[in-house]
Structure formats: C-alpha cells, structure tokens
Design a binder for this molecule. Structure first.
Ligand code: FES
Length: 179
C-alpha cells in the first residue's frame, strides 16, 4: 500500500513536470516569433539606402571637378518609413563622357564630412586634416584616415541620371565594413 502511494506521488510529480515543460514551450514559440517580428525592422533599418537617383549626368562638369549632392531616399527607421529625406551625401566626378565615380562624403577616420579642396586638387577633412586625392585615395602620409574615401557603385541609366548604390561604412577601420 505504501509502495503504491509512493508510485502515485512520483507519477503525479512527473505529470506536473511534463505539463510545466509543455506550457513553457507553448509560451516560448510565440515569444520567438514575436521577437523576430520586433527585430526584423531594426535589422532592415541598418541597411543602406540602396540604388538612389542622385543627379542628371549633364549636371557634372566635363573637366572632372567633383560636385557634391545630397542623397535623398526613404528612411526606414525601425517601424516607421519617412519618404524622401536626406540620408547622406556623395561627391560625383565625371572621369569620361559616360563615366562617373562616386564617393561617400564621410571621412573614414572618424566620420566628419570632407570638403573638396580645389587648391590641393583633392579632398580635405577639416577635423584632423586627412587629405585625399581626386581618385579618393589618401594623398598625404600624415593623414590619420586608415583608408581612402569610400567609393560607391555607379550606374548611368537610360533616364539620363546618375544612380548610386548608397551605403555608409564603419569609420576607423582599414577595410570597408558596411555600417
Ligand atoms: S574625421 Fe576626418 S581626419 Fe579625422
């Protein structure tokens, strides 16, 4: 009789344990799905603006002098989408009749915005004097920037406009690591 009671107690204990485990699982699955729904917009918000129309090709001087343009795109900020806001800026430089190079204006050293410096035939960062050539490369050994300006992919489309695949990169690293 005593043995039967002990066996019953053990069976009840195991039943309780199983019920608690299944209950926890039932909560964990929706929680995991819910977490994915919450995290996904944040993950997407970190992605760059992608292919963006910048300016008509005709707006670029034929002599290769760089022009600075704002990058205007829809900003996806976690759960909200704001259409047509400035998300960055680029220098465009025409290097042949139908050839354009694009550089992100952000200095790879610590994130200041570089200026076009005609007297130097290049770019200069006002924060710590990193100097870059018109090709975007570091032009003076004293420059603290660990890499040249971040070049971006360019397409000249049939609509007559220059499109750039806009992206930001981490500062302070020798390699281009998407931000
Ligand atoms: S941020 Fe440009 S040189 Fe430091």
């Amino acid at each position: 009789m005593r043995m039967t009671t002990k066996a019953n107690e053990r069976r009840n204990f195991l039943k309780g344990l199983l019920a608690a485990g299944l209950g926890g699982l039932a909560v964990a699955v929706p929680t995991g799905v819910g977490l994915a729904v919450v995290i996904e917009p944040l993950r997407r918000a970190a992605v760059g603006a992608g292919w963006t129309k910048i300016a008509p090709l005709a707006a670029l001087p034929a002599d290769g002098v760089p022009r600075r343009f704002a990058v205007v795109a829809d900003r996806v900020n976690a759960w909200t989408k704001t259409p047509a806001v400035p998300v960055g800026a680029v220098y465009l430089r025409r290097t042949a009749e139908r050839q354009v190079r694009a550089f992100n204006v952000v200095c790879p050293h610590a994130g200041c915005l570089v200026d076009y410096a005609p007297a130097r035939s290049g770019f200069l960062c006002p924060c710590h004097n990193s100097a870059f050539g018109l090709d975007g490369g570091v032009s003076e050994p004293s420059s603290p920037s660990p890499r040249g300006l971040d070049e971006l992919e360019v397409e000249l489309r049939d609509d007559g406009n220059v499109w750039v695949r806009f992206q930001n990169f981490q500062s302070g690293t020798p390699g281009k690591v998407p931000a």
